[in-house]
Design a protein around this ligand. Sequence first.
Ligand SMILES: [Cu+2]
Length: 216
Amino acid sequence: MSQYRRKLLIAQWFCYKKQFAVTPTATGGRIVRISVNGVVFEDYPTPILLDLISGTRSKVIDYTALDINGFDATRKTYPIKKGEVIDLVFQSTISSAGGCEYHPWHLHGHKFWEITYGPGLYPNGLDKTKVATLPVSRDTTTVYADPPSDNPVEGAGCGWRMVRFVADNPGTWIVHCHIAPHMLMGMMAVFEEAVEELPTLTTTALISYLDRKNTP
Ligand SMILES: [Cu+2]
């Protein structure tokens, strides 16, 4: 199995001031959303895992079509190849209230290793003295508000954390902030991992699977 490392930057942004349009409400207020790399998560019209294994969603991914963050704007997922070693960087940014907040990020389908973290914005050059010598394996990690200031400079980072996992579990895996209101505000994304490995089943078999009463 070929392996290579790839970095995915997962940055949370509030729809805040002029950076994003906010949705006006009927009463003239506004609804604050949270995006991941500028995309506010919206549920798929149909479950994409079932679409993949029923054959109604293509398993052929064009990796040249991914944007700089690794996002596929057509599929609305972050496709990952089998065997990739993914360095996932969770980046916090200023909140709609004007301060830094903490975010506990949770990934489905994998445990990852905590590698390193830092204040502000993720730097291109890592301070290797801060990399964990005995990384902890877990499926949730918190990006603490760093700096903890109530009034950081607008556009400044609010802390980041890097974790690492190996793409060895084909499927569709959600990654989201575990603060439920943040998740519902859009702070969520989906990894489509090695989907070419998923089986293709007939609709009849799927219905049997979903509705046991229908099983002969
Ligand atoms: Cu959060």
